[in-house]
Write a protein that binds this ligand. Sequence first.
Ligand code: R5P
Length: 265
Amino acid sequence: MDWGMKNRMSRIFKPETGRTVMLAVDHGYFLGPISKLENPKKTIEPLIPFTDALMLTRGILRNCVNHEFQIPIVLRVSGGNSIVGKELSNEEIITSVREAVRLNVCAVAFSIYVGAEFEHQTLVCLSKLIDECEDCGIPVLAVTAVGKELEKRDARYLSLACRIAAELGARFIKTYYCEDFEKVVESSPVPLVIAGGPKMDSEVDVLKIAFEAMSKGAKGVDFGRNIWQSSHPVAMINAIRSIVHEGANVEKAVEIFNKTKEGNI
Ligand code: R5P
């Protein structure tokens, strides 16, 4: 790995722990202004001090994130679909690598849809993006998207999707936590971070998933809705940080959540 690639990876995965707490706020690229992300600037700013890397599109980066922030950026560069369109898997590269360089990003993110109608298109686009990004020393994060088919999130499917992404050259992968998650980890030669998915009813359940994933070999989380749709987003991300970076168990993380919440943040 060349210096630029290593440097970008180490800005995302903190050298002290080799782990990361990423914050995903890229949902608008196909979901529009979903709940609690209507005003991205207002949602993002209080969470910045607790975030290792921010995942978003160029439009939200330019318009809603202060350029003076020292936060590493993971730029979503796939899209072309919408929640009201016919087929979610119909994504292509929507932002050039030149633009990613101009925006001084640490990585770019691209979704693949293994087993879906546009599987081939997304895998070929990922490979082309990786060819170009490797030239510039920019890591590519592959996202194993499942569209509306949440039942696809089992170890067999996710191992297949993660392994394909790694074989095509992704430097790290965003996937889902599932039963037997250690099998997904074993089948991928590159680090995995987990998505949170739709908001869960209980904050404790979110912390349990973060804890289980980290215990089974994940290198971090890239949560969105379960942080900023929480009634206490700062408390939530702070509790997640304690699991990822300090090895806290669920009980300890709940304690940290409650203490941060009592501080009214
Ligand atoms: C999909 O909408 C995006 O790629 C999100 O970044 C991803 O789903 C993670 O966010 P969440 O934790 O809300 O699922």
